[in-house]
Design a protein around this ligand. Structure first.
Ligand code: GLN
Length: 519
């Protein structure tokens, strides 16, 4: 187990993973501000450099595009939008020349998960059923990113409709983990995590229904933040399970994620579940003196890889060193998290995905088939992947008249118990701590034929999702094989900024200030 050190920044541990030597154009991967590179720069540094005129948005974007091309074999993007990115950078540079303010994310290159709508730019949710869908509008979060001066360079690879934990359920093939390309980057926001870990962009948008921002963040060694349900607008986000879906931010540091959140958060009249409160009005002070943190007993013992537990132990020591009081906390209903999540999520998915019938919506197959049922059967059967079809079947079953009470109804009652557990724990603690995942990134193919073992990787992350709570995965070191490990911190409703405060304090203590690059 290795923890972060300043030395680790810019060097993959143990010489494994990372971009292959031959795909490293010299001067591009490490050009922190020198030449046109930005790979080692934080979003804040880029925005400052662009606003002060030290770097142009055009230069930054060219470097990001070059890095994206160099890392192409990681298969982390579904669409690279070179023309759109150059045009946006050009507009920012023109605005700067005329004395305008391009915003707090001026010139910061970002990628957006491919289930978040981008006007005029292909948005597939990694599904064949949406393989040619070009949205007529931007999701609210995308509009806010653009307004803050960020430049979208592409749309990231993902598990189809967000259903998966490895990125292997993508119609465009699996993305690869930059620390070890024979392994998965996690999912479903795998491409976004890879983009940040490989230094293509300092910030990326993902979505998180049961862990899809936090789990790939842990597997790729970056920060992954899922806000309180309702803090970020879901308008223009392709629905998977509406009572769980949240947009989240991936970045290399807590401060960068905070910067993005300040631009993204806030009420949206176009999303009825968006909260009136904005938890991100001001930047948080650092320091953890007297903060009470509970390590969840049920999730931090048996069933975890020993190296993950070492990473957890290291984080506990670091938190104590920062003045936090760490004790054990209990979440007795946590053992029901996985079955509850997979009943609620599949039930909602079966309803949300009924629109992809080849008639009212999505790609149609079987023009000459007889009748609506035949067209729908062919369209759904041929354009939806096997995991998506499995979920629709499971969800439809759980909702069907004879089984509703026994499955869906029961899951809702257990969901309540899980929320109650959290409420009780937060009477004694300000924050809860768990591993983000029971193990580090697994080999591509290891679990793709075994849905249950895939589902089990969500054991820690699905719990705050069910309770609508904010949670963050922060890097906690590497295994001896050089694979990143993450730990998850969970806060009470609207305790979002508390999580970023802890992330920032841990980064400062580690010395580097941000996660190392995988290349
Ligand atoms: N891995 C979980 C699932 O497959 C979570 C996915 C997500 O958060 N979108 O449902």
């Amino acid at each position: 187990m290795k923890t972060y050190s300043t030395r680790a920044v810019d060097h993959p541990p143990a010489g494994r993973g990372g971009l292959p030597e031959d795909s490293r154009p010299s001067g591009m991967l490490r050009g922190v501000g020198e030449e046109a590179g930005h790979a080692g720069m934080t979003a804040q540094e880029i925005a400052q450099a662009v606003r002060s005129g030290r770097l142009s948005a055009g230069e930054v974007v060219e470097a990001a595009l070059a890095r994206a091309r160099a890392a192409e074999d990681l298969n982390f993007l579904i669409t690279l939008d070179e023309a759109g990115a150059r045009a946006a950078a050009g507009r920012l540079d023109a605005l700067l020349r005329s004395g305008g303010d391009p915003g707090p994310l001026a010139g910061v290159p970002v990628v957006v998960k491919d289930n978040i709508l981008t006007e005029g730019l292909l948005t597939t949710a990694a599904s064949r059923s949406l393989a040619s869908f070009v949205p007529p509008l931007d999701a609210t979060v995308v509009a806010r990113l653009r307004r803050a001066g960020a430049v979208i360079i592409g749309k990231s690879n993902m598990d189809e409709f967000g259903m998966g934990s490895s990125n292997e359920n993508s119609a465009f093939g699996a993305a690869r983990n930059p620390w070890d390309r024979s392994r998965v980057p996690g999912g479903s926001s795998g491409g976004s995590a890879v983009a940040v870990a490989a230094g293509v962009v300092p910030l990326a948008l993902g979505t998180d229904t049961g862990g899809s921002v936090r789990q790939p963040a842990a597997f790729c060694g970056v920060v992954g933040f899922k806000p309180t349900y309702g803090v970020l607008s879901r308008f223009g986000v392709i629905a998977f399970a509406s009572s769980l879906d949240q947009v989240g931010v991936l970045g290399r540091s807590g401060s960068d994620v905070e910067l993005a959140m300040m631009a993204l958060a806030g009420p949206d009249p176009r999303d009825a579940t968006s909260l009136p409160d904005n938890a991100f009005g001001t930047r948080q002070a650092n320091g953890l003196e007297g903060v009470r943190i509970g390590v969840v007993t049920e999730l931090s013992g048996e069933g975890n890889d020993p190296e993950v537990l070492e990473a957890l132990g290291g984080t506990v020591a670091a938190l104590e060193g920062l003045g936090a009081e760490v004790e054990e906390a209990e979440l007795p209903a946590s053992r029901y998290g996985i079955p509850t999540y997979y009943l609620v999520a599949t039930a909602e998915a079966s309803s949300n995905l009924s629109r992809y019938d080849g008639i009212t919506y999505s790609r149609r197959i079987g023009e000459n088939a007889r009748g609506q049922a035949a067209v729908t059967m062919m369209s759904r059967g041929l354009t939806l992947g096997s995991e998506v079809r499995r979920r629709i079947l499971m969800g439809t079953y759980a909702l069907s008249a004879g089984y509703y009470d026994a499955y869906y109804g029961k899951a809702l009652r257990v969901r309540r118990l899980i929320s109650d557990d959290f409420e009780r724990a937060f009477e004694s603690f300000d924050l809860l701590l768990t591993p983000t995942t029971p193990g580090p990134a697994f080999p591509i193919g290891e679990r793709s034929e075994d849905p249950l073992s895939m589902y089990l990787t969500d054991i820690d992350t699905c719990l705050p999702s069910l309770a609508g709570l904010p949670a963050i995965s922060v890097p906690a070191g590497f295994t001896d094989q050089g694979l990143p490990c993450g730990v998850q911190l969970i806060a009470p409703p609207l305790g979002d900024s508390r999580l970023l405060r802890v992330a920032k304090a841990l980064e400062e203590k580690a010395g580097a200030g941000f996660a190392p690059l995988a290349g």
